[in-house]
Design a protein around this ligand. Sequence first.
Ligand SMILES: *Cc1c(COP(=O)(O)O)cnc(C)c1O
Length: 414
Amino acid sequence: MHQNGFTTTIVHSDRDQSAEHGAVHKPMHPSSEYVYEDARELAAVFQGKAGFTYARQGTPTTTALEARITRMEAGKSTVSFATGMAALAAIFTTLLRRGDHLVSSQYVFGNTNSLLNTLMELGVEVTMVDATDVRQVRDALRPNTRMVFTETIANPGTQIADLAGMGELCRERGLVYVVDNTLTSPWMFRPVEVGASLVMNSLSKYIAGHGHALGGAVTDTGLFDWSGYANIYESYRKGAPTGWGLTQIKKKGLRDMGGTLAAEPAHRIAIGTETLALRMARHCSNALALATFLQGHPGVARVHYPGLSCHAQHQRASALFDGRYGGLLGVELAEGIDCFDFLNRLRIVLMATHLGDTRSLALPAAHTIYYEMGAEKRAQMGIADSLIRVSVGIEDEADLLFDFDQALRGCLQP
Ligand SMILES: *Cc1c(COP(=O)(O)O)cnc(C)c1O
């Protein structure tokens, strides 16, 4: 039977629900509260019937976006949040308790690293390992290990965890396997295919795609059997056990903690989803061209990009991501080139933090996003002082190459 592709499915997904006033786009619903003609109906929604009560727990606009994310991830259901960090905080704090153990990749987003430190202070044990090697993950497991966490492509070193090996390990040991899919996006990779239990996406990055909205999402793939998971509260042990985890994340993480995505950014993000495939293809082709060009440049010492055959996990990336390698590069400048001098010479590329925007962005990683961490931890994470993180945009390829070349040549001049 014919199955529609990624973009056709996403562009037409609002039609799964009945259109309101014939509106092609799902309308924005800014209402805080939802009214019922019959008080019994209001009570039924409080007691678990599908519907809306108070917008902290979601609106028709966030629900429509969540349905799209679920489709993109080939999952079972999704809960959206105000930011990616709110989504991650909800996963960790609602599913882990004091005395539990979490094994995490050591190559994680800086703010995630900081969040894991907070978690440790709250009494959750956290071990960080080099997740490019599944043996290190296995060796770190303890009797109280409940969860394993990794990103797909690490930022800015671009290490690629043994995503399939970790999925296999978690399945064998009955562990919750959480994958942050932000850097790949569901267009490049669906963590459900390697056995992920939960998939987190920062919607602020490639999915919204234009640097104009913040959001986060947690998708349950339906693969984990929550009936054996001790930390699910009695009141959420209702219905099919595949849904219990996300119910708890929604009730505790969204209703009680309140990191809710508002209707307006949800609407913008939904529009972003429609062009994800087009933009990602361009991000990927631009990044590969730029990485290849910079690798041979006299102003560059080293380029970290999974699409280069010298990358330590190049084979793994090719197999997992179907010949696509993402839009993020790490560039170590040649000895003697000052990273600030180089950045100040760029004309097209913006000096800004963020990634996944249509515009190319660059920043000195050690001096900004990894500054708070300190030199020792940076060295352990492989972040050199001269490392420039580049989020490659969708500009014309030749213009990007020209801009990097002119900036590097400017620095090389005696
Ligand atoms: C940006 C990012 C986050 C956090 O997302 P926000 O929407 O900015 O809160 C989490 N993980 C990764 C890999 C990211 O790049």
